[in-house]
Write a protein that binds this ligand. Structure first.
Ligand SMILES: Cc1ncc(COP(=O)(O)O)c(C=O)c1O
Length: 404
């Protein structure tokens, strides 16, 4: 590989202190590998938090983006952006939905979804529409999306929260029917198909099917946040497709641009004409660079069988982790689908992030005690086994330490 850039890691006194960062600065990457400015190499099982679908410096994506940058980066939505239509058509083809609005991030896609849910209510004469949301959900850090989020740590210090949310536990259809009985102003149910930040908690297949039925019965929109679990990560284009259902609204972001910022609200017929001119907008959203990144990401995924790879490599990695941790005291659960895997321990394990990095592996820990693996979807089986080779001994050693 190339020599690393001659930039030393240094403190960033002018950057607001909102992240507990590791003292590592990446210099460059290739495939599932990253090199830091000191020349150390890391196997990337984090994928920029489920973003780098095609890994780093993908040989097909790089020239396409270079071509786009040299032609056109941004023009604004005052003009047609033909690449928007191209990307929207692909997303509709893959999802069975009918249209898309493009923005720049996950929270923006979710904000748009929340606006659709409220507007549907107002269009029906409901002045104070309500949206069903979930315990342990994560939808972003704007005031509305953190209000929809089911994590008091994310909300602390930012009250008053946005009203109009009814919170229920995940995978509990009786709770949904209770809401139907007691909340006549509900217009939508909004959940992650697999909760990511909340600890890799999948909505069960029967639950998703039951929710679809409940939404149809009560005239609610089913809005599935696939920002983290969508775009092939679970081995289908969208995680809800494992349940054979189709949502009405689906926010996307993260993996759609392989690292170029992008978000999308993809909608079905019931939500297609809810927003009209003047109801919603964005300066950057849908710009030619982001759209090209999305179009090329999906094209390369199709061409190279990336989604099938996510399914088989993910299954192999899960199987290996199950075998390694069979009967291991301290490992509570191993769950997820495809290349979205959570290993829940019986104790807080944030310390493993730094230890893994020291050992040349990038991971994250979410919900305090869930090791989350969301690597690039191009990861090979051999690389996935290397993830386990590094991670498993670290976890076993960690669990052997006396708890304080
Ligand atoms: C399911 C889900 N929704 C929304 C978001 C927010 O996305 P962003 O950070 O791009 O605003 C995230 C980010 O982790 C997410 O996992």
């Amino acid at each position: 590989m190339n020599a690393p850039d001659p930039i030393a890691t240094r403190p960033m006194p002018h950057v607001l202190n909102t992240y507990g960062r590791l003292p590592i600065a990446m210099s460059h990457g290739r495939g599932c590998w990253l090199w830091d400015t000191e020349g150390r190499r890391y196997l990337d099982a984090l994928g920029g938090i489920a973003v780098n679908t095609l890994g780093h410096a993908h040989p097909k994506l790089v020239p396409a983006l270079q071509d786009q940058v040299a032609k056109l980066i941004h023009t604004s939505n005052y003009y047609e952006v033909p690449l928007q239509e191209q990307l929207a058509a692909k997303l509709c083809e893959f999802s069975g939905l009918a249209g898309a609005f493009f923005c720049n991030s996950g929270l923006e896609a979710n904000e748009g979804a929340l606006k659709i849910a409220r507007k549907v209510g107002h269009d029906r004469g409901i002045d104070r529409p309500e949206i069903v949301v979930f315990e342990r959900a994560f939808h972003g850090r704007s005031i509305a999306t953190l209000s929809a989020t089911g994590n008091p740590k994310v909300q602390a210090g930012f009250g008053p929260l946005v009203e109009g949310f009814v919170r229920v536990p995940l995978n509990d259809l009786a709770a949904i029917e209770e809401v139907a009985r007691t909340h006549p102003n509900v217009t939508a149910v909004f959940l992650e198909t697999i909760q990511g930040e909340g600890g890799v908690n999948p909505a069960r297949i029967e639950y998703l099917q039951g929710l679809r039925r409940a939404c149809d019965a009560h005239g609610w929109l089913l809005m599935l946040d696939e920002v983290q679990c969508g775009i092939g990560r679970t081995g289908k284009w969208f995680a809800h497709q494992w349940a054979g259902i189709v949502p009405d609204v689906m926010p996307l972001a993260k993996g759609l641009g392989s690292g170029v910022p992008i978000g999308a609200i993809v909608v079905g017929p019931k939500a297609l004409n809810v927003l009209g001119p003047g109801n919603h907008g964005t300066t950057f959203g849908g710009n030619p660079l982001a759209m090209r990144a999305g179009v090329e990401t999906l094209r390369i995924m199709e061409e190279d069988g990336v989604m099938a790879n996510a399914a088989t490599v993910g299954a192999a990695l899960s199987q290996r982790l199950r075998a390694e941790f069979e009967g291991q005291a301290g490992v509570v659960d191993i769950r997820g689908q495809g290349l979205m895997i959570g290993v829940e321990l019986d104790r807080a394990c944030g310390a493993l992030v730094g230890r893994a990095a020291d050992a040349g592996l990038l991971i994250s820990v979410t919900a305090d005690r869930v090791i989350r693996l969301v690597p690039p979807l191009i990861m090979t089986r051999d690389e996935a086994m290397q993830v386990a080779d590094i991670l498993c001994p670290l976890v076993k050693a960690f669990l052997a330490e006396p708890t304080k």
